[in-house]
Design a protein around this ligand. Structure first.
Ligand code: RUB
Length: 311
């Protein structure tokens, strides 16, 4: 087999993630893991070489989107897998690693299905649900609840500046779920006027203290929900929990291009375009994960157990 260095597939996935052709925290983790699996398959069966190339590729991937810890968590886990079994012969080592990466990718995809099942039971008949941005996890929950015959309606924020709310609206409408699109700044009024029962959002990262990082604007929505006594619920796979936050580390909040806000801004005008914000755990009613429903205080224990290989 040809000895290859870090494959162009990794580079194209880095580009896909940084340009947002691949977006949403779980998809990012899955695509990055697939790229690393593909890289291992393409390399000669030489464990030190595989480890080194995985480390280089992993660092590139981690830099593609700084805010979603699902990405570094997946890369670090694959590096951990690569550091095991070094006593095996080259071919056997490579086969085992490819199998374990495939298993990990399968688990990530399965967690979405498990959350859909658990989350669909949280949706009640005639619920009026407000969501923000486009979370595959949230969309899967709503689709599953609809498939079970529950009737409910969704208010989707358009989600300036990239308008991911349009994706949510289309995905739900195509499923036959009634959706109303609102501008972001109508979220608070909508809660009151349209008698919203629940807010349901996804997440990019959850810290051990239960604070939630998600699309910019989420924390304002959570504050409004608290003001109106509406449950603010987060749907998130545990791969998005942050073991790094146990050591006090915080993620970098990505700032995006100013053109997203105004493509021909007035000369001299400053624009600030953060893509995510942090919602305080005290505003979070519950978290839906593939491990079950939990209060934000439970994240600490899950991190200690799930990420024991890293801690
Ligand atoms: C997407 C976003 C989503 C989370 C969770 O932001 O904030 O709510 O990533 O998504 P962007 P999922 O469009 O900037 O990636 O549930 O699909 O992982």
């Amino acid at each position: 087999m040809v000895k290859k260095s870090v494959s162009s597939d990794v580079d194209s996935v880095v580009l896909d993630i940084s340009s947002m052709r691949v977006r949403g925290a779980l998809n990012i983790a899955i695509e990055a893991s697939k790229a690393l699996g593909g890289l291992v398959r393409s390399l000669e069966a030489n464990p030190p070489l595989i480890q080194e190339q995985l480390r280089i590729a992993g660092d590139k991937l981690k830099g593609a989107r700084p805010t979603a810890v699902s990405l570094p968590n997946s890369v670090d886990y694959i590096n951990y897998l690569a550091a095991k079994n070094l006593d095996l012969g080259g071919e056997e080592y490579k086969k085992q690693l490819v199998d374990e990466i495939n298993e990990f990718i399968k688990e990530l995809a399965c967690s979405l299905d498990e959350i859909a099942e658990i989350g669909s039971n949280v949706i009640e008949e005639n619920d009026r649900i407000l969501t923000h941005c486009n979370s595959d996890t949230v969309v899967h929950i709503l689709k599953r609840a609809h498939a079970k015959g529950k009737r409910f309606m969704v208010y989707a924020t358009e989600t300036r500046p990239r308008l991911q709310g349009h994706i949510t609206a289309k995905e739900l409408i195509d499923e036959g779920i009634p959706v109303t699109l609102i501008v972001d700044s109508a979220a608070c009024l909508t809660m009151h006027e349209k008698k919203i029962d629940k807010v349901l959002v996804g997440a990019d990262t959850v810290y051990v203290d239960g604070d939630v990082i998600n699309k910019i604007g989420t924390s304002q929505i959570a504050l409004c929900a608290r003001e109106h006594d509406i449950d603010f619920i987060v749907a998130v796979e545990s791969i998005k929990f942050s073991p790094q936050s146990l050591m006090g580390s915080v993620v970098k909040i990505e700032e995006r291009s100013l053109d997203e806000v105004w493509d021909r801004p007035y000369p001299g005008l400053d624009i600030f375009n953060p893509a995510f914000d942090v919602t305080d755990s005290r505003l979070v009613e519950k978290i839906i994960t593939e491990l079950g429903l939990m209060p934000p205080e439970a994240v600490y224990q899950v991190v200690k157990e799930k990420f024991s290989w890293e801690l």
